[in-house]
Design a protein around this ligand. Structure first.
Ligand code: 2BA
Length: 110
């Protein structure tokens, strides 16, 4: 069995949960925050049998879209607080999805 951890944009979260549940997959949703943008995103935990892993990955790829977002540049690492730094706008491309696939030792419901 595998555990898929998928970090997706909030805009894609509800549609992805619906698409996965319609195909019979169990999903747990966590409200999370990205470290770089410090903005909300959605993390889904999906336990899946090995032979159905590719189906789950395919659904995530189909539903989750890459989007561009403007953010302010961060001060250089190690710069002194209070030193002169003028943030400037930068464009980052987020997603479709950041996915980790872990092997599950045991799956229990007690
Ligand atoms: P954030 O950390 O808020 O990052 C949002 C987007 O900002 C990233 O999109 C990436 O395009 C950009 N970005 C991140 N760090 C950057 C940096 N140091 N310099 C320039 N641009 C940077 P994604 O790569 O699609 O990541 C979306 C979200 O997935 C991330 O939100 C974070 O919550 C999660 N994530 C990404 N890589 C991860 C990792 N290795 N471990 C854990 N979570 C990760």
């Amino acid at each position: 069995m595998k555990l898929v951890i998928a970090i997706v944009q909030d805009e894609d979260g509800s549609r992805l949960i619906s698409a996965l549940m319609n195909e019979g997959f169990g999903v747990t949703k966590l409200a999370t925050t990205g470290g770089f943008l410090r903005a909300g995103n959605t993390t889904l935990l999906i336990g899946v049998e090995n032979e159905k892993l590719e189906a789950v990955l395919g659904i995530i790829e189909r539903v989750c879209k890459a989007r561009k977002q403007m953010t302010a540049s961060q001060p250089p690492i190690g710069s002194m607080s209070g030193s002169a730094f003028t943030p400037y706008p930068i464009e980052v491309t987020i997603g479709g999805a950041t996915i980790f696939v872990l092997t599950v030792d045991q799956f229990l419901k007690v």
